[in-house]
Design a protein around this ligand. Structure first.
Ligand code: ZN
Ligand code: ZN
Length: 64
């Protein structure tokens, strides 16, 4: 994926951009199990389900 702040290519699983320090917290649709890197998204563009952060998904234990 690309860093939303500096546009450098970074690893999908990194927590912080190594180039600019931006916190990377992709949104996840729990229904489609699809990542959305736009942090401004609140709802899934495909199904309308409320998106959660991948940290929330990790806490639930289904992800990562
Ligand atoms: Zn960056
Ligand atoms: Zn969805």
């Amino acid at each position: 994926m690309k860093c939303p702040k500096c546009n450098e290519k970074i690893d999908d699983r990194t927590n912080y951009c190594p180039y600019c320090g931006e916190e990377i917290a992709p949104k996840v649709c729990p229904k489609c199990q699809q990542y959305y890197s736009n942090k401004k998204f609140s709802f899934c563009p495909d199904c309308g389900t409320k998106l959660v952060s991948r940290y929330q998904m990790a806490k639930i234990g289904e992800w990562l």
